[in-house]
Design a protein around this ligand. Structure first.
Ligand code: S3P
Length: 192
């Protein structure tokens, strides 16, 4: 992928001085974009859900089942605080609820470059219906649940510095959009 974006990548890396935090709803495509962004920018990837699973030695559904959501949120806050306070240039894929903790939201907005990965509701329904590893969507109507979460969460996500629209097209399109917006925001010198 790199040969397509050499100048853009060089400029972004020269200007970036914080982690990049991808925020947004379940099924919006945060993890997928974080992975390709980290690879393209040669930055370490921190996938918060994986960090939480490793810290707990349990899968996310197991944590919700056995320890409950408040315990999950504690582990999540600790993992995010650590990732942000480290201050390294990394790409952090947060979970959909990570920034619902006001202290974590304040820290993240102050100390990272935030990128809201925004997707149409239909796409989030389709993606989240494909697997059953999201305890918050386990029972009941997925569309209703996502809408209720969007109502509470969008006012927080909207504070992101960069917004990337995730569509059902090739992952490379979303990556190109993210790189373009990072480049514009960071005031890179070269257009390629
Ligand atoms: C959650 C989102 C999930 C995961 C957990 C709770 C949420 O992460 O952290 O199931 O509250 O929206 P993804 O957004 O990566 O699916």
């Amino acid at each position: 992928m790199l040969p397509e974006y050499p100048d853009r990548v060089r400029d972004i890396l020269a200007q970036l001085n914080s982690p990049i935090a991808l925020i947004g709803m379940m099924g919006a495509g945060k993890s997928r974009l974080a992975k390709s962004l980290a690879k393209t920018l040669y930055l370490p990837l921190i996938d918060l859900d994986s960090e939480i699973e490793q810290a707990a030695g349990l899968t996310i559904p197991e944590i919700f089942d056995r320890l409950g959501e408040p315990a999950f949120r504690d582990i999540e806050a600790k993992a995010m605080r650590h990732a942000v306070e480290e201050g390294r240039k990394t790409v952090i894929a947060t979970g959909g609820g990570t920034l619902m903790n006001p202290e974590i939201a304040a820290l993240t907005f102050a100390r990272t470059l935030t990128m809201w990965v925004r997707a149409p509701l239909e796409l989030m329904i389709e993606r989240t219906s494909r697997n059953k590893d999201r305890p918050l969507l386990k029972d009941g109507d997925v569309e209703e649940k996502l809408k209720a979460l969007m109502a509470v969460r969008y006012p927080v996500y909207e504070k992101a510095t960069i917004i990337v629209d995730s569509h059902d097209g090739p992952a490379s399109e979303t990556l190109a959009q993210a790189l373009g917006k990072l480049h514009d925001h960071l005031g890179g010198s070269t257009a390629d």
